[in-house]
Design a protein around this ligand. Structure first.
Ligand SMILES: [Zn+2]
Ligand SMILES: [Zn+2]
Length: 467
């Protein structure tokens, strides 16, 4: 028995692991590499295994850095089942179709550019057809119910509290009388997020494969997100300005709506709220369909009319409805992408950034080089669709909103385990992983390695006593 770390080794994206038990060979996650041209090129590289020989895939959650190469895998010969929780199956449907559409558009754009330079065209990473074929392979598995997937392979999906449907996987593997327990953390959520539950607690495993995204950082807190958002809204209400919020379509948008509903209920004012993102509208539908995955508080609200639905809320669908928002004043517009580097949000920023009474709320991580980052850094002029736009709007940052556990929260989650035989750190930049490694060793006396790309970890070999 062994596992191989084929992606997300010393980087955050591209999660992909092979596990071999006897004659069975399966994957955990098959995510896309993201970040820049170099990372994106990795998605086109051949898989370090034969996709036709993979028996099945276990998917921890729907985020593209965990699911995004599944259609590529199917295109390369994989035809087995993909097991995931019911909400993950539904979210993966909208996210993989959206990703395939983006891949096709991108290839078309690059092909046009290449033809003008007299070069050959570019094939998309995969097409919407590939994505549809992949989606037919999905098989839902409920949280907490042990599933026997092959001789010597039993899995239980536990709630990871990261996004709707997210899970970590408890695997019980057995080969020739030898038994081991392996736990894949997936992405560990930040406790106390609205709507979804907190990460489950597991106490024992032989091998722990753990994410380390925030291994060297703590979330910042400049007051509670709700209080900060309320003060921005009050100011906008007073001056008649719009509030523009770039937000990830899955998770962050629903979380913001949850806060908006509370703010309007607790104060004596309200504003029209528009969600202008086809993906966010579809994701909200999936959330509504799965209240069984909500926490107790949100579950109660569902019975009272909705955890994130309220009378002032409207979802726009067509491009015309989206354009009509340009003429509105005194409204809240939530749109994607979350870092303002693509999508409809750019139109809304173009129409509002130059207005001194407008507010732009930055409510999530902004990578270097994105429009969101430039606004946060205080740039006074930005280019949107080739046009120079003066930044006169208020730029308000809301910190503390994150789907990921930070260093302290990762340590708290890990502290529930008796020291495993070996902890393997993945899904984090090198410095994050090394910092978390040191903390786990010093404070919890875990034996830890930071996985190297394509490293093979023997699951039945002698590991020795924990340090
Ligand atoms: Zn994730
Ligand atoms: Zn991830």
């Amino acid at each position: 028995m062994f596992l191989q770390v084929c992606g997300a080794a010393r980087e955050v994206t591209g999660s992909n692991y092979v596990v071999e038990v006897g004659k069975t060979r399966f994957l955990v996650d098959c995510g896309m590499h993201q970040g820049g041209d170099k990372e994106e090129a990795l998605n086109f590289a051949p898989f370090p295994y034969d996709p036709a020989e993979i028996d099945f895939v276990l998917l921890t959650h729907a985020h593209i850095d965990h699911s995004g190469r599944l259609p590529r895998l199917a295109r390369a010969g994989f035809s087995g089942p993909v097991y995931a929780t019911p909400p993950t199956c539904d979210l993966a449907e909208i996210m993989l179709m959206d990703s395939a559409y983006i891949q096709e558009m991108e290839a078309e754009w690059r092909t046009r550019k290449a033809s003008r330079a007299g070069r050959r065209g570019i094939e998309p990473l995969y097409t919407q057809d590939d994505a549809r074929k992949t989606l037919r392979l999905f098989r839902p598995v409920e949280y907490g119910k042990p599933a026997d997937l092959a001789p010597g392979v039993r899995v239980v999906f536990h709630d990871a509290g990261h996004i709707l449907g997210s899970s970590f996987l408890e695997l019980r593997l057995e080969d020739q009388g030898e038994k081991v327990k392996v736990l894949f953390s997936g992405d560990v959520g930040q406790p106390d997020q609205p709507i979804i539950r907190d990460p489950d607690i597991v106490k024992q495993t032989d091998y722990l494969l753990m994410e380390s995204t925030y291994g060297d950082r703590l979330h910042e807190h400049n007051g509670t997100p709700k209080a900060k958002l309320a003060s921005v809204l009050k100011d906008a209400k007073r001056t008649g300005g719009n509030v523009i919020i770039p937000a990830f379509a899955v998770g962050r948008t629903q979380e913001l709506l949850y806060f908006l509903r509370e703010i309007f209920q607790e104060n004596d004012f309200d504003m029209p709220v528009y969600v202008d993102s086809p993906l966010a509208s579809k994701a909200s539908e999936v959330y509504r369909k799965h209240p069984e995955a909500f926490d107790e508080e949100a579950w109660k609200l569902v019975k009272e009319g909705g955890a994130f639905d309220f009378p002032q809320l409207q979802f726009t669908h067509s491009a015309d409805e989206s354009k009509a928002l340009n003429g509105k004043r005194g409204v809240v517009i939530i749109s994607a992408s979350g870092m303002a580097d693509a999508g409809r949000i750019r139109h809304h920023l173009k129409h509002n950034l130059w207005r001194p009474e407008a507010h732009v709320v930055i409510a999530g991580f902004q990578a270097q080089g994105t429009l969101g980052r430039r606004l946060l850094d205080g740039d006074k002029r930005v280019r949107i669709f080739g046009e120079e736009i003066a930044v006169k709007a208020h730029i308000d940052e809301i910190t503390g909103l994150s789907a990921h556990a930070d260093q302290e929260q990762l340590m708290a989650w890990a502290s529930n385990f008796e020291p495993p035989r070996l902890t393997i750190l993945v899904h984090g930049e090198l410095n994050s992983a090394l910092t978390l490694e040191r903390l786990l060793e010093e404070r919890l006396h875990f034996k830890v390695v930071v996985a190297e790309p394509n490293e093979i970890i023997d699951l039945d070999g002698e590991v020795g006593p924990s340090a």
